[in-house]
Design a protein around this ligand. Sequence first.
Ligand code: NCD
Ligand code: ZN
Length: 355
Amino acid sequence: MPAETTSDLTRLTLRRPDDWHLHLRDGAMLRGVVDSTARHFARAIIMPNLVPPVVTAQDANAYKKRILDALPAGRRFEPLMTLYLTEGTQAEDVAAAHDSGLAKAVKLYPAGATTNSQSGVRDLEKVTGVLERMAEIGMPLCVHGEVTDPAIDIFDREAVFIETVLDPLRRRLPELRIVMEHVTTRNGVDYVRGAQRNLAATLTVHHLIINRNAILAGGIRPHYYCLPVAKREEHRLALRAAAVSGDPRFFLGTDSAPHVDPLKECACGCAGCFTAANAMGCLAHVFEQEGALDRLEAFVSLNGPAFYGLPANEETITLVRRETPTRFPAKLETGDGPVTLFDPMFPIHWDVVEE
Ligand code: NCD
Ligand code: ZN
């Protein structure tokens, strides 16, 4: 059934959304943040950048159990597991994890690109066997698309990655299905639009809302710092156009990435924005501003499952637009400490009605 999307600007019912890029962490942090996602989203692609990383099928299976155990009683949520690609990853293990349905994707972190990426890939040649096997079995590769060369300006690292790593890889292995994660540039959007097949991109909530001024103008604001770092306004506008276009190659991956405040608010703060709790309200605001509320469902609930070859969710959620803005707590208290929630710098009128 096509979801019944009713919008009189005060009420919007959509198929239940999924998040195609999410960091849940582990232990007390996991227990503190998981329900911020599970309340609104049916499924999420779970990033494997724990310490130590989630490399093998066995690791993923154990992590999945910990996630399910951390859910409040009665909550239905399906973690879609990924495997962290290392230069020692075994093609057989990856294929077995895919065959069993446990792992939905493999994640490529160029070593040193972002949080907990030290165990990532330095030399793509070393993982060719794994990538070839994935291309054969149709298993997607989720890519953190930034080069790590310190000589390359941080604002150019995505564009340079596309030219020097991604495009050559796609030419060499055209059957490999790739998701460019958290695209932040016009270059990324254009590259995805130009691909005939086997390429899609996730877009975060925060990159649709902030540009680099949010981080740097009028003082350093660490809660807007994430990787890939937000770019110029022209790039934000390109991302918004892609998100609201209805083009099935673009879908939501929040990249909600909680870090406790002391690790953000310090001389060398961690990268990551925690958006899980207000993601849907922020997105409804953005789509309303763009006159595209009728395309929100494609972005959050339909395009992602279609790319991953999974059914869209049958359940629905309802968003309401209230005159009085919804008040979100500024911080989520977790067993590890407080985590500041993304502040979109506008009042959020849309809220998910609790079932
Ligand atoms: C992520 C994290 O904290 O794990 N940080 C971020 O800024 N997005 C890692 C990542 O996805 O790059
Ligand atoms: Zn991420």
